[in-house]
Design a protein. Structure first.
Lengths: 91, 314
């Protein structure tokens, strides 16, 4: 039933230090609502006021950046993994 | 072949088919070996382009010191180009960059300023911007310099079209975004159906851990809309595929090359499923030489993984 969501260090102050949270399957939007219900305050860290993903936040479903899938409407099925990571540069 | 200068040997890198790394029948994988550039990485292309454009615009004059934040390759390339063109050069480098990178920079006569390793390349950018307030410096700034994108548009992208006009997909690492934006733009002009996919490193917890979101950085030259997909790759998978390149095809490439090959496996499988396969070009940004100290090829996978994660491999 569960989807594993990996929480980056910067957001663990909201999750009481938990690095992996198990949620019910659904779209990324659904998952963010479930996170907010359990850890109030987290949603506004992830989404802008307009309800889009914050530009420095990347959400990956099975390692693929959701911006290039269906964005917040990307469906996450049981057994799939979600990772939230800040963007980084190289070079 | 005869050349007047080592600078004339930049670009026109070999494109090599790697049949033993093809994910499935009907998908042909090709690697573009950027390690064949004179300082051993793709960054020679942009170093030359940035210096030439700054000379042409008059921003760079002989009294200036060139300064650049870099995880290594751009610094080494700029050290070479500035040496030949007669400028002093200072690199701002995270203090966890591999030892070989620091040695190479010093060999080319560069001065090195270290930034805090835990802050990664973002930390180098911030420190370099501070130092560059001093007007004795000229900072090409690869993250914001259009000459970076242009070098890939005119060079890398055009070379791929010349060598393999039937290309269906292009995979490269996401660093400054210059390779993907420039090459991707040229390829899509040639054929809008070509897929452009980024491989992105999943760095160690330590690198992310000490950051706040405000430290997030998206290079100004990167055009996210050019991409059709972006896939993150763990250090471990990158090592596995970097070793596979050597073991199956005799190609000795840097660690991030393995990440590109790993993503190309997914891209190739998708091509086979959706449209009967085709040719996938993987850009391998550098050779393996600068990563020997990580023992990626000589140690067991667990040890290699730890040692790669402790260094800056992207």
């Amino acid at each position: 039933m569960a989807v594993e969501v990996r929480i980056p260090t910067v957001f663990r102050k909201f999750t009481g230090g938990e690095s992996v949270v198990e949620l019910e399957a659904g779209t990324i939007s659904d998952l963010i609502d479930q996170l907010e219900a359990r850890f109030p305050g987290l949603k506004e860290q992830l989404l802008t006021e307009e309800g889009e993903l914050h530009r420095f936040v990347n959400v990956y479903v099975n390692d693929e950046d959701a911006r290039y899938l269906e964005k917040l409407e990307t469906k996450v099925a049981e057994g799939e993994t979600v990772a939230i990571l800040p963007s980084v540069a190289g070079g | 072949m005869k050349y007047k200068s080592v600078l004339d040997t930049i670009g026109n890198t070999p494109l090599i088919e790697v049949p033993r790394l093809s994910p499935t029948e009907g998908v042909r994988l090709w690697v573009k070996l950027e390690g064949e550039n004179p300082t051993g990485s793709v960054k020679d292309r942009i170093a030359l382009a940035m210096i030439e454009s700054a000379e042409a615009s008059g921003e760079l004059t002989k009294d200036k010191i060139v300064l650049e934040p870099t995880s290594g390759n751009t610094g080494i390339a700029l050290a070479m180009v500035t040496k030949i063109r007669g400028y002093r050069f200072t690199a701002v480098l995270p203090d966890n960059a591999s030892a070989e990178r620091v040695q190479l920079l010093k060999a080319y006569g560069a001065e090195v300023i270290f930034s805090e390793g835990a802050k990664g390349t973002n930390g180098s950018v911030a420190l370099a911007q501070e130092v560059a307030q001093d007007e004795r410096y000229y900072m090409p700034f690869q993250y914001g310099n259009p000459a970076n994108v242009e070098a890939h548009y005119r060079g890398t992208g055009q070379e791929i079209i010349d060598d393999l006009p039937e290309v269906k997909a292009f995979v490269a690492g996401l660093g400054t975004g210059g390779t993907l934006t420039g090459t991707g733009k040229r390829l899509k002009e040639h054929d809008p159906s070509i897929k452009v996919v980024a491989a992105e490193p999943e760095l160690g917890e330590l690198v992310y851990g000490l950051r706040s979101l405000e430290d997030g950085y998206i290079p100004p030259i990167f055009d996210p809309d050019i991409l059709d997909g972006k896939v993150k790759v763990k250090a471990r998978d990158s090592i596995v595929w970097t070793k596979a390149l050597l073991e199956r095809e005799g190609i000795f490439a840097g660690i991030s090359s393995g990440a590109v090959i790993w993503v190309a496996q997914r891209v190739g499988e998708r091509l086979a499923r959706d449209g009967g396969g085709g040719d996938v070009v993987c850009l391998l940004p550098d050779g393996g030489w600068k990563y020997l100290s990580t023992e990626a090829w000589t140690e067991d996978l667990d040890t290699a993984e730890t040692q790669v994660e402790e260094t800056l491999w992207w």
